[in-house]
Ligand binder design. Structure first.
Ligand code: ADP
Length: 188
């Protein structure tokens, strides 16, 4: 059973929902950089103050900052984990590879959740989070396309990528993802 996983996909694809379910089911550590950053903002920490305005604009928080968050959580973690929302650009992916190499760990599977932009926009608009107004959402989709989507080719090249259609009920999509944990091979 694969247990060091990464979830990739545009904002609104349902990564957080599926990651949380799967992590609970499989006893994996769920690391969502978005959730961790929102917790820092909520707590009013220095890190949170730094991140708040950047997040509200739909831009990416600095690589160094998110990497420090992820490193502190992965160090000393013996069991499986599921990264959700990180890495978000090639620099973060390379930093993650280096971090994992230093920890003697490696990614076993990258799940790409795919969904149409129109559906994404509707889902995000109905969610109503602080950074979920139409202008900021469009910008987040653009940031995804420009900075994050190159990771698809990166992980496909490493033979780690599997994609799932992210339309349907939470349960059905959950079953599609669960099936990938036990299968060999990847998308070509
Ligand atoms: P969504 O899945 O809707 O994009 P997230 O909760 O993953 O939402 O992220 C919300 C915001 O937090 C992002 O728009 C960005 O500002 C910040 N963020 C989260 N993860 C990262 C990351 N790995 N690198 C930089 N910024 C991040």
């Amino acid at each position: 059973m694969k247990q060091r996983l990464l979830f990739l996909g545009p904002p609104g694809a349902g990564k957080g929902t599926q990651a949380q379910r799967l992590a609970a089911e499989q006893g994996l550590l769920h690391l969502s950089t978005g959730d961790l950053l929102r917790a820092e903002v909520e707590a009013g920490s220095e890190l949170g103050r730094e991140a708040k305005a950047v997040m509200a604009r739909g831009e990416l928080v600095s690589d160094a900052l998110v990497l420090a968050i992820v490193r502190s959580r992965l160090e000393g973690q013996d069991g499986g984990w599921l990264l959700d929302g990180f890495p978000r650009n090639l620099a973060q992916a390379e930093a993650l590879d280096a971090l994992l190499a230093s920890l003697g760990q490696s990614i076993e599977l990258v799940v790409l959740m795919e969904l149409d932009d129109g559906v994404l926009l509707q889902r995000l608009l109905s969610r109503g989070r602080a950074d979920d107004n139409e202008e900021v959402i469009r910008h987040r989709l653009e940031v995804y396309r420009e900075q994050t989507s190159p990771l698809i080719a990166h992980y496909r090249g490493l033979g780690l990528l599997q994609s799932v259609e992210a339309a349907g009920t939470v349960e059905v999509i959950g079953e599609r993802i669960a099936a990938l944990l036990t299968t060999q091979g990847t998308d070509s």
